[in-house]
Design a protein around this ligand. Structure first.
Ligand SMILES: [Zn+2]
Length: 479
């Protein structure tokens, strides 16, 4: 089995100078920040490049707006309480059972599903996010890379791209070479400990500032450490990229003892997100049995009941899923998770009008939940209301023009309406956001030839086409 390239991202990023002996640098020490670091703009650009490759090419990227939204809400709550609330953050989830989380350059933080499932409380999960946020706000990656080695960082970015490409072509050898290199580098990282301790200390303060339970940090890290004993040489990925020592845990415990005690309850969302991940894993029939077993043990658990309905839907048992979710919605507090699932079940039963009603009501009640907007657009497209779908999505694009899901939905709604120019114009934006300029240009050329655009629309297509062609030229010149 090949090691997951994603697990390498952090080790590669943090270990950068080592694999390139030709470009050996003196590592700046921890205190010396200002003089020799990668600029935040350059860092963000590199991060953007890597993340678009992950979203576009890595099959393990979890394309689930509801789960992503949850992790972002918790992550942004922590970031707002961090020592650099102005830093941009984007959180994303990778479908991988191993315990790992990693920070990419520029504030992109990835979380493995295995880590979310292993956390027993929301504060435990948040403690890992807090630690990763601290790696970013303390600018650890930038400090290691240094200003003069930006080109080396770009080389790492291209190496990562190559690794991901190799995997999607099932050419294992290339990726394995990269993995082997990263492993060798990791063992040379003497300085990582100082960064780790700083990330623990700053992360703990962030956790406290965000109103979460600080005891979540030592308890989770202690369990992670205990888990390593069972792995022997094959430690969980998180511990390979974030070496954990007894000393670190003792440090955390000492700090926590000095902080005021606070009882923090998990949000219902934490239960729902975990139930959704659990119900989505493995074979559908096994997931149903798994959720049934859990429910038999704790019949009052609303998240588990939700998980069972979701597993039933996955197993193609939509009628049973509908009975399960209806019974649950009658007794549980209203939640966007329950409304979304009820709507998805209605769609599976070809009851688009019911799905639209459920989602319209939920959107009124939970206006901040973006994933409801996507699903509502989907339901409207399926329910013959493509015009309303396009209107709703366009309204949201006004404030979130960098969201590829919205452009994809707009493209589909226009396709449904037979508006080919508008369809391909929107599809072009999907490709732009996914970092594929040639594909975007091709879409705009199709849009131009479609023959159903008015003068203004065609002028806009032409202008965008010239802009992207220019950008492509510049990109090629840079290489
Ligand atoms: Zn770390």
């Amino acid at each position: 089995m090949m090691r997951r390239p994603l697990a390498l991202l952090l080790s590669l990023a943090l270990a950068l100078p080592a694999p390139l002996p030709v470009l050996a640098y003196d590592l700046p020490d921890l205190g010396d920040v200002a003089a020799s670091e990668l600029s935040p703009a350059a860092e963000r650009r590199i991060g953007e490049q890597i993340i678009s490759q992950i979203r576009w090419r890595d099959a393990a990227y979890l394309d689930d707006p509801e789960v992503e939204e949850y992790v972002n809400r918790l992550g942004h709550r922590l970031a707002a309480a961090s020592n650099n609330p102005a830093q941009d953050f984007d959180f994303f989830v990778v479908r991988d059972p191993t315990l790992n989380a990693f920070a990419l350059p520029g504030g992109y933080i990835g979380v493995h599903t295995g880590l979310l499932l292993a956390a027993q409380t929301e504060s435990e999960f948040a403690s890992v996010l807090g630690h990763e946020i601290a790696h970013v706000t303390q600018r650890h990656i930038a400090q290691i890379v240094g200003k003069q080695s930006q080109s080396a960082m770009l080389m790492v970015a291209s190496l990562l791209v190559a690794v991901l490409a190799a995997r999607s072509n099932s050419d294992v050898s290339q990726a394995a070479i990269a993995a082997g290199q990263a492993g060798a580098i990791q063992s040379q990282l003497g300085y990582t400990r100082a960064f780790e301790r700083e990330a623990d200390r700053v992360g703990l303060e962030t956790l406290h500032g965000a109103g979460l339970d600080v005891r979540g940090m030592p308890s989770f890290f202690e369990r992670l450490q205990r888990a390593t004993r069972m792995y022997e040489n094959n430690a969980p990925a998180y511990l390979r990229t974030h070496p954990l020592t007894t000393e670190r845990i003792a440090d955390m415990e000492n700090r926590v003892t000095a902080m005021p005690y606070r009882q923090v309850l998990d949000s219902p969302d934490f239960g729902y997100v975990r139930a959704k991940l659990r119900a989505s894993a493995g074979q559908p029939a096994d997931a149903v049995r798994d959720m049934e077993d859990l429910l038999a043990r704790s019949p009052q658990d609303e998240a588990v009941a939700y998980g069972l309905a979701r597993a039933l839907l996955r197993a193609g048992r939509a009628d049973e899923a509908a009975r399960q979710i209806e019974a649950l919605r009658a007794r549980a507090a209203p939640s966007p998770w329950l409304a979304s699932l009820a709507a998805e079940i209605s769609l599976a039963r070809r009851q688009a009008p019911a799905a639209i009603r459920t989602l319209e009501a939920a959107q009124q009640q939970f206006p901040a939940h973006r994933s409801l907007v996507y699903l509502l657009a989907e339901a409207r497209i399926q329910g013959g209301q493509a015009e309303q779908a396009a209107t709703g999505v366009r309204r949201m694009i006004d404030t979130r023009s960098a969201d590829p899901r919205l452009w994809q939905l707009l493209s589909r709604a226009n396709a449904e309406l037979g508006r080919r120019t508008a369809q391909h114009r929107a599809q072009a934006e999907v490709y732009v956001l996914r970092g594929s300029l040639p594909a975007a240009i091709e879409q705009l050329e199709i849009a131009r030839r479609a023959g159903d655009g008015d003068f203004y629309e065609l002028s806009a297509v032409d202008a965008r086409l010239r802009e992207l062609q220019q950008r492509l030229l510049e990109e090629r010149r840079e290489r």
